[in-house]
Design a protein around this ligand. Structure first.
Ligand code: NDP
Ligand code: HSE
Length: 393
């Protein structure tokens, strides 16, 4: 029997207990041993909960119990979650988490502790919610050099954009709905301003390229500056607006990453990804393009990913996953990459051509420029007095 503990009994932590309850028998059959949820740590009282008998408030009970082999950290943030994770790993326990903020900022240190103690620190649920993504990337695509990753990485913002476009719901109402369903971060500005997607593209980049990229090295723009007018113009011209995270391997050991809203052509697979769903496209130098799709947030989908890591840790008790990004990345600013841009304003097609070169006209004073750097695009936008400027994929 394998004993596990959950730290943080909120949306994801409670989802983990629920999936364990639902599917514990089949999981035990696959593992050839039962999983036993021994403790649940939370600051709140759960007197009426069916789990009341195993609720605790003192972390040291988990830390000092040698029977607990795997600890699930679903508290979130970099505060106690960091301290508890360090101490669990130091105590020789595997730790499984959905906490992307912690993995993106302290993953290097925590993986080093795990390596020293010969245990696993696993975080499948930290990117893409329930989508099997990280393990397929580092296992099934291990024979590839990953060249590029691009994806819809945040369920809350994708849900908001979908509700606004398809159902004409106001931004604040759509955000409230996403919060009600447990999709949003504790501070939903992390979703709306792109920070959450930034943390996830850092983790993907760390794993794919084996070098540490920290969130403050990644240019990040969220969805709060998007005007409905641009959504409408884009839709009429056959585009959708999506918040994308992107990481690219560049020549000479360099790399780049950024998060920004993009116009995406309707025939691109990412354009049809709606609601809480996420999708990530990877390009490997042997396999070519691979697409991962599924629910990017929510209690049971995220718990599915958490528990797959729990099972992985138990199935390979003494065999560590070789995850490592101990060296720093050589980052190039994404603003140096030539890209096409959407510009809208009260300028004529002739003016746009004179300033940008051969533009594509979208109607309603909007154009798509030929590829140019962000600096050149900003200069052009200024000359034209553009009211909106967005990336085009
Ligand atoms: P919640 O806020 O719902 O749950 C966190 C729980 O931890 C709360 O019950 C909280 O109590 C409790 N807690 C706070 N401090 C402590 C402490 N010192 N000791 C023990 N428990 C504590 O968060 P989520 O479940 O939504 O998210 C957890 C993590 O998973 C986050 O990192 C999030 O980014 C990530 N994640 C979330 C997804 C989702 O769909 N929600 C999906 C994928 C990842 P209190 O509320 O009283 O503070
Ligand atoms: N707030 C996150 C999202 C949770 O909406 O995608 C899943 O990581």
């Amino acid at each position: 029997m394998a004993n596990i503990a959950i730290m943080g009994f909120g949306t994801v932590g409670a989802g983990v207990a629920k999936v364990l309850e639902m599917n514990g028998a089949s999981m035990a059959a696959r593992l050839e041993e039962p999983l036993h949820l021994k403790y649940i740590l939370d600051v709140r009282d759960f007197d009426q909960s069916p789990y009341a008998d195993r609720m605790i408030k003192d972390f040291s009970i988990i830390e000092n119990d040698p029977e607990v082999e795997v600890v699930v950290e679903t508290i979130g943030g970099k505060g106690v979650a960091l301290d508890f994770t360090r101490r669990c790993l130091q105590a020789g326990k595997h730790v499984v988490t959905s906490n992307k903020e912690l993995v993106a900022t302290h993953g290097k240190e925590l993986l080093a502790i795990a390596r020293a103690r010969n245990v696993n620190y696993l975080f499948e649920a930290s990117v893409g919610g329930g989508i099997p993504l990280l393990r397929p990337m580092y296992e099934c695509l291990a024979a590839n050099e990953i060249e590029e990753i691009i994806g819809i990485l945040n369920g809350t913002t994708n849900y908001i954009l979908t509700r606004m476009v398809q159902d004409e719901i106001a931004f604040s109402t759509a955000l409230q709905e996403a919060q009600g369903m447990g999709y949003a971060e504790r501070d939903p500005a992390a979703d709306v301003e792109g920070l959450d997607a930034c943390r996830k593209i850092c983790i993907l980049s760390d794993l794919a390229f084996g070098r540490e990229v920290l969130p403050d090295e990644v240019s990040t723009e969220g969805i709060s500056g998007i005007h409905l007018k641009d959504v409408d113009i884009a839709a009429a011209a056959g585009y959708r607006i999506k918040l994308l995270g992107r990481a690219i391997r560049l020549p000479e050991g360099r790399q780049t990453a950024y998060v920004a809203p993009h116009l995406v052509r309707e025939d691109c697979p990412l354009a049809g990804v709606d609601g809480v769903f996420n999708a990530v496209m990877l390009r490997g130098n042997a396999v070519g393009d691979v697409l991962f799709y599924g629910r990017g947030a929510g209690d049971l989908p995220t718990a599915s990913a958490v528990l797959s890591d729990v099972m992985d840790a138990i199935a390979h008790r003494s065999k560590r996953r070789n995850l490592d990004w101990s060296q720093s990345a050589q980052m190039v600013s994404a603003s140096e990459l030539p890209m096409s841009w959407y510009l809208r304003g009260a300028f004529s097609a002739g003016d746009a051509r004179a300033v940008c070169g051969p533009v594509t006209l979208l109607g309603d004073g909007a154009v798509i420029t030929p590829p140019m750097t962000a600096a050149k695009a900003r200069e052009a936008a200024e000359k034209l007095g553009a009211a909106a400027m967005l990336h085009v994929l």
